[in-house]
Design a protein around this ligand. Structure first.
Ligand SMILES: Cc1cc2nc3c(=O)[nH]c(=O)nc-3n(C[C@H](O)[C@H](O)[C@H](O)COP(=O)(O)OP(=O)(O)OC[C@H]3O[C@@H](n4cnc5c(N)ncnc54)[C@H](O)[C@@H]3O)c2cc1C
Length: 387
């Protein structure tokens, strides 16, 4: 089927990519963002080959290659001894095995490159400082004088447009919190390899570290279980949050504990997820990205799933006879995919945070697996073609 135009609400990673993917098929989009500008908030993101292959289809890979880092491996390392446990090759292996690169970059860079592509496309118009709430079709018609056959709600984990969809999922606290901070290159310790993503694993905790060229340093995310502090993205950690961080990681290797103690301004990020429910109203409104299915970062797939959604939605709209059919095939295929990613995240959480004998078993089993075989386990994830 062909539609002339689409309204997209939210100019995060999901919304910007959706607009660009529709424009690629000649479909115009108005994009509505509540913020007065797309400010540089957030920290690092991982873009795996299943998503980077789609960014390449948008013609944007050279812009990303100019700024991101392609880690040569993703390594699992003991947080209590700094002993390597296992690794999955990335770098050139990712390009060859999965046909696209594995990149790490700042969320603001990903958003900026997508936004520049939107600004440069005559089929796309970004309306900043334009929050859209319930009854989106009526609100959007009032704003632009146009009517939209399809409204795509890409308004994130705290989506207000979900209320327009009966039976839509709800956000809930995952039981985990994280602290984010950066380390400038000059202060990066020798034990932190400069060219890899390292997941340090400890009892009920883990710490992910990778280089970010844009900031000239390392992105660090420490994750532990915790109580629900309410919604926030980028709160400055209070003294009590800092003390919690030191408490959770106190049994870790002394070098990591010392590093954490030097961190002056961590931010504190409670992890919310969006559970199961309907993603469309059967007619003209659909959820994508975190609004539909925010996941915890244990499989590092939040942004990549949003990018996949964009292409999958455009494919379903192009292939179906009408919009109701397009929306239900989008929901069916994406819910199946997201469920698999969620299970992988739950498995990683169990394995990463294991304690006692389970942890010893984990280390033994993983250390016996060749990197090639660990990479093969991820073919279904990184080799996936959403378009
Ligand atoms: C501020 C911020 C920082 C983040 N930092 C990180 C990070 O460091 N690492 C990481 O892995 N993930 C981060 N994320 C999450 C990550 O961006 C998402 O998991 C993933 O990219 C999917 O994003 P999304 O586009 O679905 O939602 P989001 O990235 O949440 O984008 C939603 C967009 O919709 C806009 N919006 C919300 N309500 C309305 C409304 N009513 N009308 C109009 N616009 C609206 C928001 O302002 C936002 O721009 C961050 C998200 C945000 C919003």
């Amino acid at each position: 089927m062909h539609i002339e135009n689409v309204a997209v609400v939210g100019a995060g990673i999901a919304g910007l990519t959706t607009a660009l993917a529709f424009a690629r098929r000649g479909i115009a989009c108005d994009l509505f963002e509540q913020a007065p500008d797309l400010v540089e908030v957030g920290a690092g993101l991982q873009v795996s080959p299943n998503a980077s292959r789609l960014l390449a289809k948008l013609g944007l890979l050279p812009q990303f290659e100019a700024v991101w880092t392609e880690p040569h491996q993703i390594a699992l390392v003991s947080g209590t001894t700094l002993r390597p446990i296992a690794h999955v090759p990335a770098g050139e292996t990712a390009r060859q095995r999965w046909g696209a690169p594995y990149g790490v970059l700042h969320r603001a860079t990903l958003q900026r490159v997508l936004r520049e592509a939107v600004d440069a496309n005559p089929l796309l118009t970004l309306h900043l400082q334009t929050p859209v709430t319930q009854s989106p079709h009526a609100a959007l018609s009032r704003l632009t004088g146009r009517s939209y056959p399809l409204v795509v709600a890409a308004d994130g984990v705290w989506s207000t447009l979900r209320a327009a969809i009966e039976g839509s999922p709800r956000p809930s606290f995952s039981g985990h919190v994280c602290w984010r901070f950066t380390i400038p290159d000059a202060l990066v310790p020798g034990w932190l390899p400069p060219d890899q993503v390292t997941a340090f694993l400890g009892p009920s905790t883990h710490l992910v570290a990778y280089p970010l060229r844009e900031i000239g340093g390392f992105n660090m995310v420490a994750i532990a279980s915790g109580a629900n502090p309410g919604r926030t993205w980028d709160a400055q950690a209070t003294e009590s949050h800092r003390q919690r961080l030191f408490g959770e990681f106190r049994r870790w290797d002394r070098r990591i504990v010392d590093l954490l103690r030097q961190v002056e301004r961590p931010t504190f990020w409670p992890l919310f997820e969006v559970g199961s429910g309907r993603w469309h109203n059967g007619r003209d409104t659909v959820l994508v990205g975190d609004a539909a299915h925010a996941v915890t970062p244990f499989a590092a797939q939040g942004a990549s799933m949003a990018i996949e959604d964009a292409f999958a939605l455009v494919r379903c709209v192009s292939e179906a006879a009408d919009l109701p059919q397009a929306l239900s095939s989008f929901e069916a295929s994406r819910q199946e995919r997201v469920a698999k990613v969620r299970s992988r995240g739950a498995f990683n959480r169990f394995a990463y945070h294991a304690r006692g004998p389970i942890r010893l078993g984990r280390d033994l089993v993983l250390s016996l697996r060749p990197p090639e075989s660990l990479a093969a386990d991820l073919d279904w994830l990184y080799g996936y073609k959403a378009d």
